[in-house]
Design a protein around this ligand. Structure first.
Ligand code: CU
Length: 147
């Protein structure tokens, strides 16, 4: 049986086009970006898909296994964006994971990570340095009283 050329082309185009037409959406961006190194913890994590989602089934942000995330939701102005509040400011590696329902009803899971390095060393060490200075002053006072 001979299939007419134009019909064959149309059939192939339809079959090739099907997966993307029926396929679910992908992550197009996250805030913070994957691998980002931040000076302080973000107020929230955003994961944006290329198409609107039905719902957020679950989401977590963990630092050394401890959850720092609040209740996740879809952004009011953009049903393609998952918003995960960060309610506990911690330094270190932040592991983000989520499961959403795409518009086609498929559950999509994803992960990403970023890190928070916290304040610079001098600021962190300032209280220690102040305490050492105060201790030094006390030691001198004791030494002069003993002399
Ligand atoms: Cu799908």
């Amino acid at each position: 049986m001979r299939i007419a050329g134009p019909l064959l082309v149309a059939l192939v185009a339809l079959l090739v086009g099907l997966p993307s037409a029926l396929g679910h959406t992908d992550v197009v961006a996250t805030i913070p970006a994957e691998g980002a190194r931040l000076a302080s913890a973000p107020a929230e994590v955003r994961v944006t898909y290329g198409q609107p989602l039905l719902s957020v089934e679950a989401a977590a942000v963990k630092v050394e296994g401890t959850s720092v995330a609040g209740r996740p939701r879809l952004a009011r102005a953009d049903a393609g964006t998952v918003v995960i509040p960060v309610v506990d400011e911690r330094t270190g590696a932040h592991a983000v994971s989520w499961t959403v329902l795409a518009a086609d009803g498929h559950a999509l899971a994803g992960t990403m990570s970023f890190s928070v390095r916290g304040p610079a060393m001098p600021a962190m060490l300032r209280p220690v340095s102040d305490a050492l200075l105060a201790a030094g002053v006390e030691l001198r006072a004791v030494a002069s009283a003993a002399a």
